[in-house]
Design a binder for this molecule. Structure first.
Ligand SMILES: Cc1cc2nc3c(=O)[nH]c(=O)nc-3n(C[C@H](O)[C@H](O)[C@H](O)COP(=O)(O)OP(=O)(O)OC[C@H]3O[C@@H](n4cnc5c(N)ncnc54)[C@H](O)[C@@H]3O)c2cc1C
Length: 431
């Protein structure tokens, strides 16, 4: 193998890498995909809910065949205190097609299926090997070194995820800063399909996405999530690394606390733990995207390029990963036609990304990370909501209090008019 030269080597068998490799193989290029996990998906973590528009563009009708869990038909956002929870649930009632739908997904199944598709298309898969470095000759990336074995290609696509050490080695990316990443900690709990239907008031094949702020992270920046799968529930915490140590509870313990919350425990009771995982999530948004997504003989896509937005009520990375993998392949196909894999030719990728929904959407929400840095959202807001709801619904024979006055009083106890105005301005700027 060391003598062989490929058209392209893709590092990482997540959604970005699989998409890039799949598209290149479809264009009859010789592609090698190297994945450090035992199989594609074995190391990949998501919440997770996949917005299907970019997969649908890639493989029309894929949802009929792919191992997706449930079509998300209900959205629930919650503000939680130690004992209380204000839940807002929304169901559009519209029957979305797969260009607008989203599904709960388990990456260990989905990526495995996708890898089989890529292999059928002609990708040579090498799982179980970690790429240690890119090989450079005359300033150009010419291949990779994996465990001492050197492999060569016209172009290397780095789809090695959020902590892309390879793009750091090439100087395309800086080391991650604690405020730019969160730790996600997740458990998959098996439950009967019918039990899930009853607990979430959904039909077979339909599901609920729940995103929670407040008590799950004890007021730290982050939140809790819960997604209904076919016969399991994905439940987890995402907590920003810069906040670690702010409270004396570890992230795994936050997950236990979330699972035991009075409004959550009845949803998962009787379930059997199937899977436990932890992973980093890019949280910096648009401002975290590397200045250059290419260099001579190399491109970066997916989480490696920080293509993720976390809006609190929705997390998106998978649709960006798929689209960026597709665009990387498009640029490589053009480079192959031109017989030139220099940075100048590969810069087409940057242009394609900048013209795509990846940039438009991430740019739109570029100030969201600033909003989510405000601790008030994760402690004061849930507490005030809890106090108001409790006052609204409690009947105890005492003299009633004016609710607006009570609300103003509760807000004034926690913040000043200036701070409140400031928060509103940051929120308006983020939206
Ligand atoms: C807790 C959590 C919740 C999330 N929730 C959602 C959600 O609900 N919806 C959503 O759209 N997104 C969500 N995301 C984000 C989403 O999961 C990612 O954006 C997406 O998985 C990125 O895909 P990727 O292919 O770029 O990277 P990954 O899926 O991380 O794939 C990278 C691959 O590269 C491999 N690799 C790394 N280094 C090497 C190496 N040196 N050699 C060989 N292989 C290597 C890894 O093993 C891995 O398979 C969530 C993320 C987390 C962690």
């Amino acid at each position: 193998m060391s003598e062989e030269k490929f058209d392209a080597i893709v590092v990482g068998g997540g959604l970005a890498g699989l998409t890039a490799a799949y598209c290149l193989a479809q264009a009859e290029m010789e592609v090698l995909l190297i994945e450090r996990g035992d199989f594609c998906g074995s190391k990949n973590v998501t919440g997770g809910r996949i917005y299907t528009h970019s997969m649908e563009k890639l493989m029309p009708g894929f949802a009929k065949e792919a191992p997706l869990e449930r079509k998300i038909t209900k959205e629930r956002i919650a503000l939680m205190t130690e004992t209380g929870a204000l839940n807002i649930e929304y169901a559009s009632g519209k029957d979305d097609d797969d260009s607008t739908a989203s599904y709960s997904v388990l990456r260990s199944k989905f990526d495995k299926w996708f890898a089989e598709k890529a292999e059928e298309a002609g990708v040579m898969m090498v799982p179980g090997i970690r790429v240690d470095e890119c090989l450079i000759e005359d300033g150009k990336v010419v291949g990779i070194n994996a465990g001492g074995e050197e492999m060569y290609a016209d172009v290397v696509i780095l789809a090695d995820g959020v902590n892309s050490l390879l793009s750091q080695q090439l100087g395309l990316k800086k080391e991650l800063e604690p405020h730019q990443v969160a730790v996600g900690c997740k458990e998959v709990i098996q439950l009967d399909e019918e039990v899930i239907n009853q607990r979430f008031n959904v039909k077979n094949g339909e599901g609920t996405a729940v995103l929670v702020a407040g008590d799950p992270t004890l007021g730290n920046i982050g939140g809790g999530f819960l997604y209904t799968n076919k016969d399991s529930i994905s439940i987890g915490i995402v907590a920003t690394c810069s906040d670690i140590g702010r409270v004396d509870v570890s992230i795994p313990d936050m997950l236990e606390r979330f699972k035991n919350h009075p409004s959550v425990e009845p949803l998962i009771t009787g379930g059997v733990p199937l899977e436990y995982s932890a992973h980093l999530v890019p949280e910096g948004g648009f401002n975290m995207i590397p200045e250059k997504l290419y260099a001579d003989g190399v491109l970066i896509c997916g989480d490696a390029a920080a293509f993720v937005v976390n809006l609190g009520y929705a997390v998106r990375g998978m649709d960006f990963a798929v689209e960026s993998g597709r665009l990387a392949a498009e640029a490589v196909i053009k480079a192959k036609e031109a017989g030139d894999f220099s940075a100048r030719t590969l810069s087409l990728y940057q242009q394609l990304v900048e013209d795509s929904f990846i940039y438009t959407d991430m740019k739109q929400y570029r100030n969201f990370p600033k909003l989510l840095e405000r601790h008030e959202i994760f402690n004061d807001v849930p507490e005030i909501a809890d106090m108001i709801m409790d006052k609204l619904f409690r009947v105890d024979g005492r003299k009633p209090v004016s609710l607006p006055m009570f609300a103003v009083d509760e807000i004034a106890k926690r913040t000043t008019a200036q701070k409140l105005l400031d928060l509103v301005m940051v929120a308006l700027d983020a939206l």
